[in-house]
Design a protein around this ligand. Structure first.
Ligand code: MLT
Length: 403
C-alpha cells in the first residue's frame, strides 16, 4: 500500500494566510454591506511599471514570430536577466557575483521552501521567532523539524525576536547547521545593520553552518547602515545563500519572478552547493517564462528603475501613515521604516487573534495575527503597507475610531 509523507500530518492547521483569507471571506459573506480593507498578506496593489509592461508586450509579440519564439529556456534563467542582476544588484554595490551563481526562479517563497532538498534531514535548523511560516513548514514537511508540541517544533532551534532584544535574534547558544535570516524582516519590519549581521557570518564560519538569507524586502531599505545583500559582509560568500524577489521590488507577486544566489565558494565537505542546486533546478524546474524574464529585465532599465522606485516610495509613505495613526491611537509600533510591514503591539494585553478579530469585526480591516508567525509573535499584529493610499488612510481612520 502506498504510504503518505506523514510529516504533513504533523503540521498544525492551515497555512497562516489561508486561515486569514478564510476569516476575511466569512466576514464579507456575513456583512455584504460593509467595506473590507485588506492589510494582511503582503500583496502589492500598484500596477506593473509601464517599462515592464512595454517589455512584456514586446516579448509576447516576439513569441508570435518564427525567429523570436522561445521554447524551454535555460533552467537557471536567461543570461540577459542574470547579467543585469549581477551588474545592477551586486557589482554596483561592490559585490562580485558571477552569473553562474544566479538562479532565476518563480518566487523566493518556492526557493526558500525548495532549498531544503539539497540539505540532509539531519541538519539542526535555526529560525527566528516570529518567522515567515514557509521556513518552518517546509522543514516540517521534510521531516527536519521533529514534532509539533505546545507551539514548538521539537527539533528546531528558535531564536526569539522580542521587544527586549529589539527584534534582533541572538546567536544560537548551541551548534546549529542551517540558519534562516530575513532582513528587512518579515513579519517585524525590523532591519539588521552591517554590524549586526557580521557576527552571523562569523558564527556560520566557525560552526560550518549555512545561512539562508531572505532579502526579498531589500528595496525598502532607507537606512544606509542596512546592507541590501548579505554578501556586503566579508566572508558571506563562503557561508550564505541569498533569496531575492521581484514581487515586492517591482510588483511581480502575480507575475512571478525571483532569484537565488548560490556562490561557488559555498561548500560543504568540498561539495559546491551551487552544483547541487543546479542539479535540483534542472531536474525539477523548467525555468521562468521568457516573457516574464524580459519583463524583469526591464526593471533595471532607466525607466524601469524610476518607476519601480516610485512605487516603493508610495508604499513607504503608506507605512509612515500606518505608523503615525497607530501611534496616535496609543499603540506601540515597530518596523515600517526599512520594510513594508508594521508590527503593532496589541492593547490591553489582548491576544493576537483577539485583536485581529476586534479589528476585523469592528473596523472591517484585515491584519495578520502575530502569533501566526510563531509563539513570540503573540501579543502583536502585522499590518502591510501594500494597500492603496486611499484604503490605508481609510483603514487607519477606522482603526483609530475603535481604539
Ligand atoms: C507575507 O505577507 O508575509 C508575504 O506576502 C507572503 C509571501 O511573500 O509569500
Amino acid at each position: 500500500m502506498a504510504k503518505i509523507n506523514d510529516n504533513y500530518l504533523k503540521l498544525p492547521g492551515a497555512y497562516l494566510f489561508s486561515t486569514v483569507a478564510r476569516k476575511a471571506e466569512e466576514f464579507a459573506a456575513a456583512h455584504p454591506d460593509r467595506e473590507l480593507i485588506k492589510m494582511s498578506i503582503g500583496d502589492v496593489t500598484k500596477p506593473l511599471a509601464p517599462a515592464v509592461i512595454k517589455a512584456m508586450k514586446a516579448a509576447a509579440d516576439e513569441m508570435g514570430t518564427a525567429e523570436g519564439f522561445h521554447g524551454y529556456g535555460p533552467e537557471q534563467g536567461y543570461d540577459f536577466l542574470r547579467s543585469k542582476i549581477a551588474e545592477c544588484d551586486y557589482k554596483s554595490r561592490g559585490i562580485d557575483i558571477d552569473i553562474s551563481e544566479i538562479f532565476v526562479s518563480d518566487g523566493a517563497k518556492s526557493d526558500c521552501g525548495n532549498i531544503g532538498d539539497i540539505f540532509s534531514v539531519d541538519n539542526k535548523v535555526a529560525v527566528c521567532d516570529p518567522v515567515y511560516p514557509v521556513y518552518v513548514d517546509t522543514n516540517a514537511m521534510a521531516g527536519r523539524a521533529g514534532d509539533y508540541v505546545g507551539e514548538h517544533w521539537t527539533n528546531l532551534y528558535y531564536m526569539p525576536c522580542t521587544e527586549e532584544n529589539g527584534f534582533m535574534p541572538e546567536l544560537p547558544k548551541e551548534k546549529v547547521d542551517i540558519i534562516y535570516l530575513c532582513f528587512p524582516n518579515n513579519p517585524t519590519g525590523v532591519a539588521a545593520t552591517r554590524e549586526q549581521l557580521k557576527p552571523w557570518v562569523e558564527y556560520a564560519k566557525e560552526n560550518g553552518a549555512v545561512i539562508l538569507y531572505d532579502s526579498a524586502y531589500e528595496a525598502f531599505i532607507t537606512n544606509p547602515d542596512v546592507p541590501h545583500s548579505i554578501y556586503e559582509i566579508e566572508g558571506a560568500k563562503e557561508v550564505a545563500i541569498e533569496f531575492r524577489s521581484f514581487s515586492k521590488t517591482a510588483g511581480f507577486t502575480g507575475t512571478r519572478c525571483a532569484y537565488t544566489v548560490v556562490p561557488h565558494t559555498l561548500k560543504i565537505d568540498g561539495t559546491e552547493l551551487n552544483s547541487l542546486w543546479n542539479r535540483r533546478q534542472c531536474t525539477k524546474f523548467n525555468g521562468v517564462p521568457y516573457v516574464i524574464q524580459r519583463a524583469a529585465e526591464a526593471v533595471y532599465s532607466e525607466d524601469g528603475r524610476r518607476e519601480t522606485k516610485a512605487a516603493i516610495a508610495y508604499y513607504l509613505e503608506n507605512a509612515k501613515i500606518i505608523r503615525a495613526a497607530l501611534t496616535e491611537a496609543g499603540l506601540t509600533v515597530y518596523g515600517g521604516e526599512n520594510a513594508p510591514y508594521i508590527w503593532a503591539k496589541t492593547p490591553d494585553g489582548l491576544k493576537s487573534w483577539e485583536f485581529f478579530d476586534k479589528i476585523l469585526d469592528e473596523a472591517g480591516v484585515v491584519t495578520t495575527p502575530g502569533s501566526g508567525f510563531g509563539p513570540s509573535g503573540e501579543g502583536f499584529v502585522r499590518l502591510t503597507a501594500f494597500s492603496t493610499k486611499e484604503n490605508t488612510i481609510k483603514a487607519m481612520e477606522k482603526i483609530k475610531a475603535i481604539l
